[in-house]
Design a protein around this ligand. Structure first.
Ligand code: NAD
Ligand code: ZN
Ligand code: ZN
Length: 403
C-alpha cells in the first residue's frame, strides 16, 4: 500500500510499504477514505519531537471503512464507517474507566520509555513517535487499529467525510480547550493561534456562552475565518497583544486564555523569542514558550490557562511567580477524544456545527509531502489539508473549486 513515511527533519515521502495485518484479537483494519495533516504532525516534520524512526508511517487524524476485524472484536464489523480517535485506548484500565482516555495506562507499547521521560506512561498514539508506542499512522491506504472495539466512533452514512473526520482530533481538541476554561457568561476568552485547533476553540468558546472571544494570530486569512463566526481579532504583527487585550477587557485582562499554538510559537521581533530560538537550536531548551509567557502575563488574576498546544520537553523562563501570585489554574493535555466524541457527533448531526469549514486543500496521498510544506509555511491560504488515499490527486481534485 501507499503511505506517508517520515525520513528525518523536513523529509516526508509517499512510499510503498507492506499492508498492515491483524495482530491482536480486538484489532481492525481500516481502509482510509480521508486523513488530514495536523499541527502536531508539523512538530514531527520540523524535528522538534524526539522518538521518530526512519520509515515511520505518519498520521493520526483519519477515518474510513472497516475491511477486516479480529475474532475478539464484538463492536465492529466489515463495512462499518468509522472515525478513529488519535488516542489508542484499552477501555479497561483505571484511567480509561475515569474517562482520561489520553493517559490510558496500557495502550503504549513503549511504556518504560514514556515513564523515563514523563514519570508515567501516556496512551499509545497513531503515527506519533516511539514514546507513544511507535504505532503506524493513518496517512496511508490502510491502517491497523489496535483495541478497535474501544475508541473508534461509528458514523452515519448521511454525513460527508469532511463533516466527521475532525471528530478524531482537532474538533474535540478545540472543544476540550474551551470546556476546560469553565466559561461563564461574562467571560472574555482569548485564543492564541487561529490554526485549525484555534478555529474550533473559538467556535466552542462561543457555543459555550462566552461574552467575547478574541483570536490572536498574524495570518489574515486565519483571522478572517475566526471573525466570520463573531470573534474579535488581534494581528500580533500589527498591534500589541497585551495592550489590545487590556482595551477589550476594561484594563483587566481576559478571564480565560487558550494556547492553540504550542512549541513552535512565532514572534519575530520579541526578545524572548530570540532567546528561545537560540536555546532551541543549541538543544538547551526543547520548546519555545513565548505564548505561555504572554498568556500568564495577560490573564486576569484567578483566571484559567487552557493549553491544548503541544509541548514535548523542557521550557524555561516561565514566570511561575505570576502564576502563583495571580492564582491561575493551568489545564492541559492531549485530548480525551472519547469523552467528547458522541456529544460532538450529535451536534454535527443537528447542524450546530459543521467542521468542514476549515478545509482549504483536498489532495491525494502522493501530494502529501508537498502539502506538509504548504501547511507548515501557511502558503496558498492553507488552513487544513485533507488527503484521500487511493485517489489520484491530479485526476480528481485539481479542477475542484476550493471550499
Ligand atoms: P497550526 O500550526 O496550523 O496553527 C498554529 C497557529 O498559531 C498558526 O496559525 C500560527 O500563525 C499561530 N501562531 C504562531 N505563533 C503565534 C503567537 N506567538 N501568537 C499567536 N498565534 C501564533 O496548528 P494547529 O493544527 O492549529 O495546532 C495547534 C497546536 O495544537 C499544535 O501545537 C498542535 O500540536 C496542538 N494540538 C494538540 C492536540 C491535543 O490533543 N492537545 C490535538 C491537536 C493539535
Ligand atoms: Zn493532532
Ligand atoms: Zn486504558
Amino acid at each position: 500500500m501507499k503511505a506517508l513515511c517520515w525520513h528525518g527533519k523536513k523529509d516526508v515521502r509517499c512510499e510503498t510499504v507492506p499492508d498492515p495485518r491483524i495482530e491482536e484479537p480486538c484489532d481492525a483494519i481500516v481502509k482510509v477514505t480521508s486523513c488530514a495533516i495536523c499541527g502536531s504532525d508539523l512538530h514531527l516534520f520540523d524535528g522538534f519531537m524526539p522518538g521518530m524512526m526512519e520509515g515511520d508511517i505518519l498520521g493520526h487524524e483519519f477515518m474510513g471503512e472497516v475491511v477486516e476485524v479480529g475474532p475478539g472484536n464484538k463492536k465492529l464489523k466489515v463495512g462499518d464507517r468509522v472515525v478513529v480517535p488519535f488516542t489508542i485506548c484499552c477501555g479497561e484500565c483505571d484511567q480509561c474507566r475515569r474517562g482520561n482516555w489520553s493517559v490510558c495506562e496500557r495502550s503504549n507499547r513503549n511504556k518504560s520509555l514514556a515513564e523515563k521521560v514523563f514519570g508515567h506512561t501516556t496512551a499509545g498514539l497513531f503515527g506519533y513517535t516511539h514514546l507513544t508506542g511507535g504505532y503506524p499512522g493513518g496517512q496511508a491506504e490502510y491502517v491497523r487499529v489496535p483495541y478497535a472495539d474501544v475508541a473508534p466512533v461509528k458514523v452515519p452514512a448521511g454525513l460527508t467525510d469532511e463533516q466527521v473526520l475532525f471528530l478524531g482530533d482537532i474538533l474535540p481538541t478545540g472543544w476540550q480547550a474551551a470546556v476546560q476554561c469553565e466559561i461563564e457568561p461574562a467571560d472574555t476568552v482569548a485564543v492564541w493561534g487561529a490554526g485549525p485547533v484555534g478555529q474550533f476553540a473559538v467556535r466552542s468558546a462561543l457555543m459555550l456562552g462566552a461574552r467575547q472571544v478574541v483570536a490572536i494570530d498574524r495570518l489574515p486569512d486565519r483571522l478572517s475565518m475566526a471573525a466570520a463566526c463573531g470573534a474579535l481579532t488581534i494581528n500580533f504583527e500589527e498591534e500589541s497583544v497585551l495592550e489590545r487585550l487590556a482595551e477589550l477587557t476594561g484594563g483587566k485582562g481576559p478571564e480565560k486564555c487558550i494556547d492553540a499554538v504550542g512549541l513552535e510559537a512565532h514572534v519575530p521581533r520579541s526578545l524572548d523569542s530570540l532567546y528561545d530560538r537560540a536555546k532551541q537550536a543549541l538543544m538547551w531548551e526543547s520548546d519555545r514558550a513565548h505564548v505561555l509567557r504572554e498568556m500568564i502575563y495577560a490573564c486576569r488574576p484567578a483566571g484559567i490557562l487552557s493549553i491544548p498546544g503541544v509541548y514535548g520537553g523542557v521550557v524555561d523562563k516561565i514566570p511561575f511567580g505570576a502564576v502563583m501570585n495571580k492564582g491561575l489554574t493551568i489545564r492541559t493535555g492531549q485530548t480525551h477524544v472519547n469523552r467528547w466524541a458522541e456529544d460532538l457527533l450529535r451536534r454535527i448531526e443537528e447542524d450546530q456545527i459543521d467542521p468542514s469549514f476549515v478545509v482549504t486543500h483536498t489532495v491525494g496521498l502522493e501530494d502529501g509531502p508537498q502539502m506538509y510544506e504548504t501547511f507548515r509555511d501557511k502558503h496558498d491560504g492553507c488552513i487544513k489539508v485533507v488527503m484521500k488515499p487511493g485517489v489520484s490527486s491530479r485526476a480528481t481534485f485539481d479542477e475542484r473549486p476550493r471550499s
